[in-house]
Design a protein around this ligand. Structure first.
Ligand SMILES: [Zn+2]
Length: 262
């Protein structure tokens, strides 16, 4: 049975922590490294639902994309929502690991997989990480022949199995080079423009970034933060299951997008 230490070594090979943003809090955040881990659950976020599932299913380790804890803490009590989740997991002996922005940027990370899933070719990072060739922030790539923005939206919906997405721009405007940035990716819009992208796919961004996209003629497809990253934790579970044939690995069945459309 692998130890948590052995599993985190595997995760660090897959998504080296040096790729993480400076402000991020990645790696093993809770847990005893020499304890065995026989049951591993991946999820996007530690919530009451994913916590409940991890404990009920007797997970030894949660690999959560979004870190918990994220900010420095000076006390751990049941007075805060995060404190309650952390205490429940610690009492149930569940360790927590988060690869977050290292996984976004990794060679086979979320942005790479998103770009591949949209059928882009010649995929490159929007900004390259000098320490690890082939990794970096976001991705961009081409589509064969210009396609209409509405076709890009269709591809996004198909790949992420979404009933709808939000779009900025004319549905018929042609796009040939597409930037991709999962999660709150609007900050990479300017970088995508510098790389001559005329299309951009992200999880979420603010109104003023949408106006900026419109003013500069970049057609945007906005998927929602959850959808832009959740498929990544499902792929990560599959990857780990293949690497650890005797370990039960699954992506949380209970977590869902906290935002619904009515
Ligand atoms: Zn995210």
């Amino acid at each position: 049975m692998p130890t948590i230490h052995e599993i985190t070594d595997l995760l660090k090979k897959f998504a080296p922590l040096k790729l993480a943003a400076e402000w991020d809090n990645v790696g093993l955040l809770v847990g005893q490294r020499n304890r065995a881990a026989n049951r591993i659950m991946t999820c996007l976020t530690v919530t009451p639902h994913s916590t409940q599932e991890a404990i009920a299913e007797q997970a030894d380790l949660i690999i959560t994309h979004h870190p918990l804890p994220f900010r420095p803490i000076t006390r751990l009590t049941d007075e805060t929502p995060d404190g309650r989740l952390l205490l429940r997991l610690i009492e149930a002996k569940v360790a927590i690991y988060s690869p977050h922005t290292a996984f976004d940027s990794a060679r086979s990370g979320i942005n790479q997989n998103l770009a591949e899933g949209l059928g882009l070719t010649g995929i490159q990072p929007l900004t390259t990480h000098e320490i690890d060739a082939g990794s970096g922030d976001g991705r961009y790539g081409g589509v064969s022949g210009p396609i209409e923005l509405v076709e890009l939206a269709r591809r996004v919906k198909t790949f992420l199995a979404l009933p709808q997405v939000r779009v900025v721009g004319e549905l018929s405007q042609p796009v040939t080079r597409i930037g991709v940035s999962c999660g709150s990716g609007g900050s990479l819009l300017a970088t995508a423009r510098e790389q001559d992208c005329d299309g951009f796919v992200t999880g979420e961004t603010n109104f003023h970034t949408c106006l900026e996209a419109m003013a500069t003629g970049i057609g945007c497809v906005i998927t929602g933060h959850f959808a832009s990253e959740r498929f990544g934790v499902e792929q990560l579970a599959n990857h780990l299951a293949a690497e650890l044939p005797d370990t039960k690995v699954w992506a949380s069945h209970q977590e869902a997008d906290p935002i619904c459309t009515v």
